[in-house]
Design a protein around this ligand. Structure first.
Ligand SMILES: *Cc1c(COP(=O)(O)O)cnc(C)c1O
Length: 493
């Protein structure tokens, strides 16, 4: 692709005097700039790109074409559940009755929206085996923070102020320790055994009257089902702590088992993963938090309740931890999740869980001859390879060996998004693959073929991988610099 518009910044397309709009006459003629306070008035001319409408359209369309998305190709990004977001969800969320709602309009005029919100709370409670949910948090990490605040509030209300520590497994998603730190808790790390699950013997000495609770992800970040949960939950409860479930990726559990039944007290779910709403680039998301009976009072305000007569109302509970969001969170995302829940129904929700497990195991079994599989067990929705096998260029004693990064870059050449790489930190060459339940067998087979082809290239044409990608708009970037020194504004020379 090579044209006037491609790869240019919009300022570089600017032609002085060019205009791409025509505005109607100011109908608020009574008001002039003089009505604005002096400190809000601009002092100089604004520097904006001057382009015609079509140039603006082409610029943004070209930019969007440089992006990779679930709608453009297979996206096996582990721990992110990049599944298909059905278009019907978008249609439902675009209905004018929803898009024109105002958060301050009287409750009796928003009964339908409140009912929808309430029904999602109830559906999630049923799916998770918990008593009550809030949909207020804006993301998974925000849900973690909210859930941990529930745990803190619970201890504080009992006057138990010593509990300032939270146990987090070494395999946890990075947001777990981060949210705990934001919540003012001290993090105590518990190790994993060689089979990838929480080490109960390592856990025991950590427990005491200063423990607020323990966070667990299940299936954990390696995609493995934590089989010792009943024992762990008993130990943590015996020491007075609460059990927190990171349910960001609840896919494989759907309709099969429930965190509430396993002994968890608090959890979050990512609607923008498990319940098929779009995500990427930081939002918008939704991280509902569920609690067992006895903790519901502490959930954030406002809470949506259904009265005896069927009227839905917002309640500000005095026992609540306070408020974590403006109004009711990202309502548009909740609508999408509701559309998904209703289109699958109770009947087909369990199928989503089982297919996510089948798809992951299907890929794992086909590729384990080529890529190192450090923990060779039945996985759930995802699994982790530790780079290429020795015979395919992955021998790490060889200084020029082919790395996970090389494989990830080469995948881009074949039109696939890379898996999650170098996470979790338990292996040097981690490559975390999550196909999700929405991919067809054909897509999985094609991906498997490409991964095999790359392994053969790694063995026979190492340089090809070392210099990949060859066919993308940009090649190997300094990812760290891009994150640490992002440039959001255009500097005129
Ligand atoms: C994605 C994820 C999170 C964080 O969710 P965000 O919405 O990105 O904040 C937390 N835990 C796990 C296991 C996840 O996969």
């Amino acid at each position: 692709m090579n044209n006037t518009y491609y790869g240019k910044l919009i300022f570089e397309l600017s032609t002085p005097g060019c205009i791409g709009y025509s505005l109607p006459e100011n109908q608020w003629s009574g008001h002039t700039l003089e009505d604005l306070p002096a400190n809000l008035l601009r002092e100089g001319e604004t520097i904006l790109p001057e382009v015609d409408e079509l140039t603006a359209v082409r610029h943004y369309t070209n930019m969007s074409n440089n992006n990779f998305g679930v709608d453009t190709g297979f996206y096996p990004l582990g721990s992110c559940t990049m599944k298909y977001n059905p278009k019907i969800n978008e249609e439902m969320a675009s209905l004018p009755g929803f898009t024109t709602l105002h958060p301050h309009q009287p409750e009796y005029t928003a009964q339908g929206a409140l009912e929808l919100y309430y029904n999602v709370q109830k559906s999630l409670s049923e799916i998770a085996g918990l008593h009550e949910f809030t949909l207020n948090p804006f993301a998974g990490a925000h849900g973690e923070l909210t859930g941990l605040m529930v745990i803190r509030t619970y201890h504080e209300k009992r006057g138990d102020l010593k509990r300032t520590k939270i146990i987090v497994p070494d395999s946890a998603h990075g947001t777990n320790p981060a949210s705990a730190a934001v919540c003012g808790l001290q993090i105590v790390e518990v190790k994993s055994t060689p089979d990838g699950t929480v080490d109960v013997e390592d856990l025991k000495p950590l427990l005491g009257d200063d423990i607020a609770g323990m966070m667990m992800t299940n299936p954990n970040t390696l995609g493995i089902f934590e089989t010792k949960i009943p024992e762990i939950a008993r130990l943590v409860h015996e020491c007075g702590g609460l059990m927190y479930y990171d349910g960001a990726n609840l896919n494989p559990m759907l309709g099969v088992c429930r965190p509430g039944d396993m002994g968890f007290d608090v959890m979050h779910i990512n609607l923008h993963k498990t319940f098929s709403t779009p995500h990427g680039g930081g939002g918008p998301g939704s991280g509902p938090v569920g609690v067992r009976k006895g903790l519901e009072e502490y959930l954030p305000n406002p809470q949506v309740k259904r009265q005896e007569d069927g009227y839905f109302t917002l309640v500000n509970n005095p026992e609540s931890l306070g408020s974590v969001s403006a109004f009711l969170g990202n309502f548009g995302i909740v609508i999408r999740a509701y559309a998904y829940l209703l289109s699958l129904g109770k009947e087909y929700i369990p199928m989503a869980g089982k297919l996510s497990v089948l798809n992951a195991n299907y890929i794992k079994e086909h590729l384990k001859e080529y890529y190192k599989l450090p923990i060779d067990v039945l996985c759930k929705h995802e699994f982790v390879f530790d780079g290429l096998r020795e015979e395919y260029g992955g021998d790490h004693h060889d200084p020029g060996h082919v790395t996970t990064l090389d494989v990830a870059k080469r995948l881009l050449d074949y039109g696939y998004h890379a898996p999650t790489i170098y996470f979790p930190l338990l292996f040097h060459e981690a490559m975390m693959i999550e196909p999700t339940e929405t991919e067809s067998k054909k897509t999985l087979d094609e991906f498997i073929d490409v991964m095999k082809k790359i392994a053969l290239e790694a063995r026979d044409q190492r340089e090809l991988l070392k210099t990949a990608p060859h066919h993308t708009p940009v090649r190997r970037l300094d990812d760290v610099k891009a994150v640490k020194e992002p440039k959001f504004t255009y500097k005129m020379l």
